[in-house]
Design a protein around this ligand. Structure first.
Ligand SMILES: Cc1cc2nc3c(=O)[nH]c(=O)nc-3n(C[C@H](O)[C@H](O)[C@H](O)COP(=O)(O)OP(=O)(O)OC[C@H]3O[C@@H](n4cnc5c(N)ncnc54)[C@H](O)[C@@H]3O)c2cc1C
Length: 475
C-alpha cells in the first residue's frame, strides 16, 4: 500500500525498513513481504522523475574522464532501472576467487552461493536462462552467452503490486539522511522529505539499497553525524570502487563459418578461460564483436590495405568469395579493486544539507595490460586458426599508456561497501550485514568485492534474493 511520508512517525514498528526502490530494494522488499513480513519501502524521489530530486546526485569526479555523476544513476521510483540497457550476465566462478598476483580480490562467497537464485532472477528480469559457454578450440577463449531484459523497469513493472500489497508501506519523498544507533544496533532511520520535514522509521532490521554510489555516500554521512558509530571500522568505507572500463581495440574480419558459430543477432561475446587468465596474469574481460555495415567493412579493408598488406590480401580473398563478416572489436575489462578509487564527501551540500559526492576514479596498469593481452590473444587465435584477421589499434600493440580517445563508461557502480569477512577489507560480511551492527544490511553492487566483467544487475538481484532468504531465516 502507499503511505504518506507524514504518516511515518505514527506507523509503528516494521519488521524491515528497505531504503531505495531500484532492482535491489524492490526485489528485497517483495521477497520479504511475500513471507508475511511488514516492510517499509522508502524512496527519496517521487513516483516520476523530477529535476529537483535528480539534483541531489550532482557531484565531482577526480581522475579519469567519466560521465557526470547525475547522468549515471536515477533518483526516483525504480531507480537506475529506469534507464538501464537490460544486458544480463552472471559473474564467472573465477570472479569470486582471489586473483593470482592481485591482492584483496577474493569474495567470502562463491558463485555456487548465488546459483540457487538463477531461475528466480531470470524470471524477475524476464530473460531466458544462459546457454553454456562454448570453448573455442585450443585458444584459451570461449564464446559466452548474454541475455537481454526487455528491459524490466522495476517501478513500472512492480508499482501496482507494491501499492496493492498490505505488507508493504511504499513511501515516496522519503530520503534517508542518518541512522540512530544504541552502539550495537540501529534504532531508527532518519528521514527527510523535499520540504525539509523530518521523520523516523523504526524497524527490527534495515536494508540500505540506494545504489552503488549512494550506499557509500549515505554511510559516510551517517558516520560523520555519529562519530563513526554506524560503520565502526572505516578503513574500507567508500573505497575499492570499481567500474567496467571499455574501449574499442580494433576491427575484425572473419569467415562466415566462424561468425555463424559465435554470433547471435549480429554480436559475439567472447571471454577468456580461467586458465588463460591465470597463465597471463590478466583480469577477466569481455571481447565483443559487433557486425559492421557492408560500407563499414569496405572502408575498414581499404584502411588496412596500406598499413597491413597481409590482412588486406586475406580480406580481399574472403570478400571475393563473399565469405566474410566485418565487426567492430571492443573490449571491456574487470577493474582491479584498489583502495584509492573511492567515494568521499564534498564540502558542498545538496539542498537537503547532505554533502555531495566526490568520486576518485582512475583506470590502472593492470586493466591496460589486460586489454592488450586479451585483444592480442584473440587476434593470434583467429589468425592461427585461419578464421579471421584482426586489425588492432596502435595503442594495443604499443607499450604506451591509454589511448586519448574516450569511450563511455557503462555506469556500473561497484564497491564502496564491499563484502569481506575481514572488517579492514570490507564494510559488510558474507551475509551483507554491516560489520559491528546487529541489524543493518546493504544490498546492491556496492557490496561486490571484485567486479568481473559482467553487467551487475543480474548479480544484484541474485544477491538481494539471497539476502532476503537470510533475513527470513533470522526472524
Ligand atoms: C545508462 C545505464 C545503462 C545501464 N545498463 C545496464 C545493463 O544493460 N545491464 C546491467 O546489468 N546494468 C546496467 N546498468 C546498471 C544498473 O542500472 C544498476 O546496476 C542498477 O540499477 C542498480 O540497482 P540498485 O537497486 O542497486 O540501485 P538503483 O537502481 O540506483 O536504485 C537506488 C534507489 O535508491 C533511491 N535512493 C537514493 N538515495 C536515497 C535515500 N537517501 N533515501 C531513500 N532512497 C534513496 C534512488 O532514488 C533509487 O530508487 C546501467 C546503468 C546506466 C547508468
Amino acid at each position: 500500500m502507499r503511505m504518506e511520508v507524514s504518516d511515518l512517525d505514527s506507523a509503528g514498528q516494521f519488521d524491515f525498513c528497505v531504503i531505495g526502490t531500484g532492482p535491489a530494494g524492490i526485489t528485497t522488499a517483495m521477497s520479504l513481504a511475500a513471507d508475511g513480513k511488514r516492510v517499509a519501502l522508502l524512496e527519496a524521489g517521487q513516483e516520476e522523475y523530477t529535476e529537483e530530486s535528480q539534483d541531489h546526485y550532482k557531484g565531482t569526479i577526480v581522475g579519469d574522464e567519466y560521465l557526470d555523476l547525475e547522468f549515471t544513476h536515477l533518483r526516483y521510483f525504480g531507480g537506475t532501472s529506469n534507464h538501464w540497457g537490460g544486458w544480463c550476465k552472471t559473474l564467472d566462478a573465477i570472479d569470486f576467487e582471489g586473483k593470482k598476483g592481485f591482492p584483496d580480490t577474493e569474495w567470502p562467497i562463491r558463485k555456487t552461493d548465488l546459483d540457487p537464485y538463477l531461475k528466480q532472477t531470470a524470471e524477475i528480469l524476464e530473460v531466458p536462462l544462459f546457454k553454456p559457454d562454448m570453448p573455442l578450440a585450443n585458444s584459451g577463449f570461449k564464446s559466452t552467452d548474454f541475455t537481454f531484459s526487455p528491459p524490466v523497469l522495476f517501478g513500472e513493472k512492480y508499482g501496482d503490486a507494491l501499492k496493492a500489497d498490505p505488507n508493504i508501506a511504499l513511501v515516496f519523498d522519503a530520503a534517508l539522511t542518518a541512522f540512530d544507533t544504541n552502539g550495537a544496533a540501529i534504532t531508527a532511520a532518519k528521514i527527510k522529505d523535499s520540504q525539509g520535514a523530518e521523520y523516523s522509521v523504526h524497524a527490527d532490521r534495515y536494508i540500505l539499497a540506494t545504489g552503488g554510489i549512494e550506499n557509500s555516500r549515505l554511510l559516510l554521512w551517517a558516520n560523520a553525524q555519529s562519530n563513526d558509530q554506524i560503520v565502526k571500522n572505516t578503513k574500507s568505507l567508500g573505497r575499492y570502487w570499481m567500474e567496467h572500463p571499455a574501449l574499442p581495440v580494433g576491427d575484425v574480419l572473419m569467415t562466415t563459418e566462424f561468425a555463424n558459430s559465435v554470433m547471435q543477432d549480429g554480436i559475439a561475446f567472447i571471454s577468456p578461460s580461467a586458465e588463460w587468465i591465470s597463465q597471463n596474469d590478466a583480469l577477466n574481460c569481455l571481447l565483443y564483436l559487433e557486425s559492421m555495415t557492408y560500407r563499414g567493412v569496405k572502408a575498414m579493408i581499404a584502411d588496412v590495405m596500406c598499413v597491413a598488406p597481409d590482412f588486406g590480401r586475406w580480406a580481399f580473398q574472403q570478400v571475393n568469395k563473399s565469405l566474410y563478416c566485418g565487426t567492430n572489436f571492443r573490449c571491456g575489462v574487470e577493474q582491479l579493486p584498489l583502495e584509492k578509487n573511492r567515494i568521499e564527501l564534498s564540502d558542498e551540500l545538496d539542498s537537503s544539507g547532505m554533502p555531495r559526492t566526490i568520486l576518485y576514479w582512475t583506470k590502472g596498469e593492470a586493466e591496460l595490460q589486460s586489454f592488450r593481452k586479451a585483444a592480442r590473444g584473440l587476434a593470434d587465435y583467429m589468425a592461427k586458426a585461419d578464421v579471421g584477421r584482426v586489425h588492432l589499434r596502435p595503442w594495443v600493440l604499443s607499450d604506451g599508456s591509454y589511448p586519448k580517445e574516450y569511450d563511455d563508461v557503462p555506469g556500473h557502480h561497484m564497491g564502496g561497501t564491499r563484502m569481506s569477512d575481514n572488517s579492514n577489507l570490507g564494510v559488510v560480511d558474507r551475509n551483507c550485514k554491516v560489520h559491528g551492527q546487529e541489524n543493518l544490511y546493504v544490498a546492491g553492487s556496492s557490496v561486490f568485492t571484485s567486479g568481473g566483467y559482467a553487467n551487475p544487475t543480474f548479480s544484484i538481484v541474485q544477491l538481494a534474493l539471497r539476502l532476503s532468504d537470510h533475513l527470513k531465516s533470522l526472524s
